[in-house]
Design a protein. Structure first.
Length: 156
């Protein structure tokens, strides 16, 4: 017999792992690409960063709250427990940081495609957006670490 709770819990853990792992992985490669002068290496990183966000991060972002809410209901936690409220707030803040990051990644990719095609230098806007991308990544990363802690510890 299939245990629904274990399936939901597994999906929740997997989506959390994908969300965090993909996030840190693509951030690493995107960040590293900033330090090369090869426009094609930068473009490769940007293309795959955007693709990974669509394939991995977006489904995990959707699955996390869905499975989380199902787990809350199934286990019988109070929806208003402090640790859950903190988790909701942090997840929303991380998402609010992630959305502009995705837009920035798409913009960076467009600039890189244009410069690779035309053989031109990257505009100042590329560097400005990249710095904003970097800054916005930190609250999302730290927030997800805290959410992981709260998921594991479930402080009362």
């Amino acid at each position: 017999m299939i245990d629904t709770y274990l399936i939901i819990r597994t999906l929740h853990i997997l989506s959390a792992t994908i969300l965090f792992g993909t996030g840190i992985g693509i951030a690493f490669f995107m960040f590293r690409s900033y330090f090369t002068d090869d426009i094609h290496e930068k473009l490769y990183a940007a293309r795959n960063t955007v693709l990974a966000d669509y394939i991995f991060t977006l489904p995990a972002v959707i699955l996390q709250p869905v499975t989380g809410l199902l787990l809350i209901r199934q286990v019988g936690y109070d929806w208003t427990d402090l640790w859950l409220i903190i988790t909701y707030v942090i997840y929303i803040i991380a998402g609010a940081c992630w959305l502009p990051v995705v837009w920035i990644q798409i913009e960076l990719k467009k600039m890189l495609i244009r410069c690779a095609k035309d053989g031109t230098k990257l505009p100042t806007r590329y560097h400005t957006l990249f710095k904003i991308w970097f800054i916005f990544g930190w609250p999302a990363f730290i927030g997800l670490v805290i959410v992981f802690f709260l998921m594991v510890m479930k402080p009362v």
